[in-house]
Design a protein around this ligand. Structure first.
Ligand code: NAP
Length: 380
């Protein structure tokens, strides 16, 4: 009997892409792969995937093209460049971007695809590396149930749930809400472990107690154990969470709302990035709360933060601490200025100036002196 399975091209075989592509191949779909660094596609090639020397070469003969790359810039280049996927593929090709990216870019791509007789939709995923390996990801689709019918079986090879949000870009918009929830959950996880440690509690017992009640989160379930084991390898890279938080904060700014929890997470991850943590897993946020020796053992270098910030008095948390040389709460001394970094303590207290807070302490009280409240609106 003739094989009626769609020919699939998969571009971007990193932490998430490689296992997802593996599930597609396991389900019997003919698969062509391309990744910027070929070595990361080698295990798939060894199992029977066809290697192509470029994204365009991989996609030119495909019925369905998946992309799972890093940043919106990578997506834009792949799809919208003059010789990109939208021109190099056959009319009728369905293109699915799994990358966490910009809603407006997803809309642009979908519109350009429709004009050239292709269909493209955004389909970011959640569930992490473990979900990708298990084939139990959640797909967050910027299209309708009807739109995805031709590829539903393909999506089901690596997902357990599919949420269709109905229109181009809405998958990305919905994914950013997930990242906002995740960002605060990461800070909550790190704060809780720090308090438990300082209280002399058994950390694993505390984690299990929290998991049995209303403080439970995915972060506490799957990332706290890695942090407690000193396993900083990325399932989800710090630099990608920073990208997602940035995208969410940009969306919020456009809508003139504030996301104070997300602001706090951004401050902390920005700090982790500044001291060399970009390629660690997001659980490495807990290192910001530890003695310097532990951070050094994980490859971090606090002096980088001092160098990067020595010309201003900001600690990276988005707060203006003025000339007071006041610490921001995490207990680290970042050099000459006696300037301390932050992890969400000690802010929102009056600091004499035009102090913007980012995590919701002490608002709604005195907005007359230029404080911003959580909703981002100034009260005059
Ligand atoms: P990753 O391991 O860095 O994988 C991205 C892959 O894309 C890398 O192998 C990279 O090549 C490749 N790539 C980038 N630009 C390319 C291009 N123009 N052509 C071909 N290949 C290109 O990251 P990841 O963890 O899989 O994440 C991928 C995306 O999914 C990110 O947007 C991330 O935010 C999102 N995401 C991640 C998770 C997670 O838990 N990891 C969960 C949900 C969503 P190189 O090998 O040369 O770097």
């Amino acid at each position: 009997m003739a094989d009626t399975k769609q020919r699939v091209a998969f571009i971007g075989t990193g932490i998430m892409g490689a296992p997802i592509a593996g599930h597609i191949m396991d389900a019997g779909y003919p698969l062509t792969v391309y990744n910027r660094t070929k070595a990361k596609a080698q295990p798939l090639i060894d199992r029977g995937a066809v290697w192509a020397d470029s994204a365009v070469a991989a996609a030119s003969d495909a019925d369905v093209v998946f992309t799972m790359v890093g940043y919106p810039e990578d997506v834009e280049e792949l799809y919208l460049a003059g010789d990109g996927l939208l021109t190099a593929t056959k009319p009728g090709t369905i293109l699915i971007d799994l990358t966490t990216s910009l809603p407006s870019l997803a809309r642009d791509i979908a519109e350009a695809a429709a004009v050239s007789d292709r269909m493209a939709f955004d389909c970011p995923v959640t569930g992490g590396e473990s979900g990708a390996i298990a084939g139990t990801l959640t797909a967050i689709v910027g299209a309708t149930e009807h739109d995805i019918e031709p590829v539903r079986a393909l999506l089901e090879t690596f997902t357990a749930r599919i949420f269709c949000f109905g229109g181009a870009g809405k998958g990305q918009a919905a994914k950013l809400t997930n990242q906002v929830a995740l960002a605060s959950a990461m800070v909550g996880m790190a704060d809780a472990l720090s308090l438990a440690q300082q209280s002399g509690l058994d950390l694993e017992q505390t984690r299990q107690m929290i998991m049995s009640g209303t403080g439970a989160s995915g972060a506490m379930e799957s990332l706290a154990p890695k942090a407690l084991d000193g396993d900083w390898k990325p399932g989800f890279k710090v630099k990608h969470l920073i990208k997602d938080i940035r995208l969410a904060l940009d969306e919020a700014e456009e809508k003139e709302i504030a996301l104070p929890g997300t602001d706090t997470a951004y401050a902390l991850y920005d700090m982790l990035d500044a001291i060399g943590g970009a390629d660690l897993g997001t659980q490495a946020i807990t290192l910001l709360y530890q003695e310097e020796g532990e951070a050094v053992a994980a490859g971090l270098d606090w002096s980088l933060y001092t160098e990067a910030h020595e010309h201003d008095d900001e600690c990276g948390c988005g707060h203006d601490h003025g000339d007071h040389g006041e610490g921001c709460g995490c207990g680290h001394d970042h050099g000459d200025h006696d300037h301390e970094c932050c992890h969400g303590e000690g802010h929102g207290h009056h600091q004499d100036g035009d102090h913007e807070c980012c995590h919701g302490h002490g608002h709604g009280h005195d907005n007359a002196d230029g404080h911003e409240c959580c909703c981002g609106h100034h009260e005059e």
